[in-house]
Design a protein around this ligand. Structure first.
Ligand code: OOB
Length: 541
């Protein structure tokens, strides 16, 4: 299959592709070769382990199982270029299915287990998927009724494969046990999409992100190198494995590339995570800030706290400097900030960077050929060190969402730079500080207020643990400011809170009109604060 034959995929322009090849970033390896190479180099090493169960597979066993799964998928008629929705929870079977799909030449669509019929239906429609792989149940949710609804609405969805009790669907146990020796591994064009990630999606439904073999192998292997990952490391997949961060930054794929073991965790609570870390001697893991903060707090009461972690990656949302300090003090001095996006660009603080840099910045780009532009409201280059929107292109950043022409016209500039929507400030040494989102503003009575600024002030209150500022519709002001907060100390009233904000010098128009107490802020499937959900809850309540 050549890269131009997959409709809806925007390839890298030939001149840049040639440059990335000659610079050695793109090697022509396919994603599934990471596993076959690991099986050759470290045949008897443990590749993957289920933290919560008995299953553990050597690289050889994982490799063989992927081949059998590929044969089973091919026997169902799944073939080169077919899109398949993959929605399995963390576990060895996730790895078997992922590599099985890659070896069958299929293009997995990496759904998170928290996605439901609305998102899955959207992914099925945009990707024109022919199959869906799900668990029977996970975390109290039965995926089969959702699958039934999806097959009715999407006639192209011909196969539903279920890990567990399949009811009327195809059992995964049968697919993955196929011994059809005639199946030959597919040999995809390395510049074609290997898989489709889903976007972080702060507005509307998530978009599909085509990552090529060339760019994603680079993403995983260069990240592994930056993190000095070796075959002595044990990586804990605590976030949902279908997300770019635990999948390839360096994550599962980076671990496989260097012969490190991956331990899959289904429940990232401190209790279960700390037990898994101790039991398996975990050295590296990746968390979102909310989870990292919870783990840090839990060191106060959990009897068994982590001692083996050498690298704790935190990213996905802004990590505050105070929280960074506490994480270093309680969990490991080896904290790393990661600012990444499924669309591509990854920024990392480096192992060995001074604590000041690690606490106060979100790192610098992975690759010397990542091209970053920071622009002001008018789209002009921002002054050195001034806040602006980050635009990026480079060897592992997409050139377009999959099958989304209208979105692409908005999200990419004429030079092919991806408009991240993130507001950043660049320091002289090239390190970035993420300051907010371009669209995360509240238009209150003619004034535009940055939600991030209000949140910073709210969090400064001694009684407030976490906070979000969201816009609520208002007949007079257009939008009013609602502060949704989780109290960790004695609750305060709106007027007490506003007295506090006044003392901090916050302008009258930037102070909350409404205060709502929440027991916890709602989160997205990967665990980021979901402001859209907060606004919906408040608007309907
Ligand atoms: C990661 O990827 P996505 O695609 O779920 O979300 C990307 C967005 C970024 O555009 C930015 O708005 C936000 O999440 N973000 C951060 C951040 N890391 C991501 N905002 C502030 N500080 C950070 N450190 O979230 C992702 C992908 C790969 C590695 C790590 C995270």
């Amino acid at each position: 299959m050549s890269s131009s034959t997959l409709d809806g995929f925007v390839p890298f322009p030939p001149d840049r592709a040639a440059r990335y090849r000659s610079a050695g970033y793109w090697t022509g390896r396919t994603l599934d070769s990471l596993l076959s190479d690991a099986a050759r180099r470290w045949p008897a090493r443990i590749g993957v382990i289920d933290a919560g169960g008995p299953q553990r597979l050597t690289f050889t066993q994982l490799d063989e199982r992927a081949d059998r799964a590929a044969a089973g998928l091919a026997a169902l008629g799944i073939t080169q270029g077919d899109r398949v929705l993959l929605q399995l929870p963390n576990g060895c079977e996730f790895a078997v299915a992922l590599f099985g799909l890659l070896r069958a030449g299929a293009i997995p669509v990496m759904c998170l287990t928290g996605h439901r019929a609305t998102e899955l239906g959207h992914f099925a429609g945009v990707s024109d998927a022919t199959a869906l792989i799900i668990p029977d149940t996970a975390a109290g949710f039965d995926y089969r009724p959702m699958a039934r609804q999806l097959t009715q609405e999407h006639r192209g969805l011909q196969h539903v494969i279920v890990d567990g009790d399949p009811e009327s669907f195809v059992p995964w146990s049968q697919v993955r046990a196929c011994r059809d020796e005639r199946h030959t591994r597919s040999t995809p064009d390395p510049s074609s999409p290997a898989l489709l990630l889903v976007s972080g999606g702060t507005t509307g439904l998530p978009k599909l992100i085509p990552r090529t073999h060339d760019d994603y192998v680079y993403n995983a292997t260069a990240s592994a190198e930056l993190c000095t990952l070796t075959s002595d490391d044990v990586y804990l997949a605590a976030l949902p494995s279908a997300h770019n961060f635990p999948l390839a930054c360096p994550g599962l794929l980076g671990a496989i590339a260097v012969g490190a073991t991956t331990v899959f965790l289904t429940n990232p609570s401190p209790e279960s995570a700390f037990a898994a870390i101790a039991r398996h001697g975990v050295t590296v893991t990746a968390l979102v800030p909310a989870l990292a903060n919870l783990w840090a707090e839990a060191t106060e009461w959990e009897p068994e706290t982590p001692t083996s972690l050498r690298l704790l990656q935190v990213g996905g949302a802004k990590l505050e400097a105070d929280d960074a300090r506490r994480i270093r003090a309680t969990l490991t001095p080896g904290l790393q900030q990661v600012f990444g996006m499924a669309e591509g660009l990854l920024c990392y603080t480096r192992p060995g960077d001074p604590p000041e840099l690690v606490d106060h910045t979100q790192g610098r780009p992975l690759c010397d050929d990542d091209e970053l532009r920071v622009v002001d409201d008018a789209g002009q280059p921002a002054q050195a060190g001034a806040e602006g929107e980050l635009l990026v292109r480079g060897p592992y950043t997409i050139n377009g969402y999959f099958n989304a022409e209208a979105d692409n016209a908005r999200s990419f500039d004429p030079d092919g730079f991806y408009r991240s929507g993130d507001l950043v400030r660049t320091h002289l040494d090239g390190y970035l500080e993420v300051t907010g989102r371009v669209k995360d503003v509240i238009h209150r009575g003619g004034e535009t207020v940055a939600a991030g600024d209000i949140e910073e002030h709210l969090r400064a209150h001694p009684s407030i643990g976490s906070a979000a500022a969201v816009a609520l519709k208002d007949p007079y002001l257009g939008e009013k400011i609602c502060a949704a907060v989780v109290f960790t100390g004695a609750p305060v009233t709106l007027s007490e809170l506003n007295d506090f904000l006044t003392q901090r010098g916050v302008a009258t128009h930037a102070r909350p009109d409404v205060l709502t107490e929440m027991t916890a802020l709602p989160t997205t499937p990967v665990g980021k604060v979901d402001k859209k959900a907060i606004a919906q809850q408040l608007q309907s309540g």
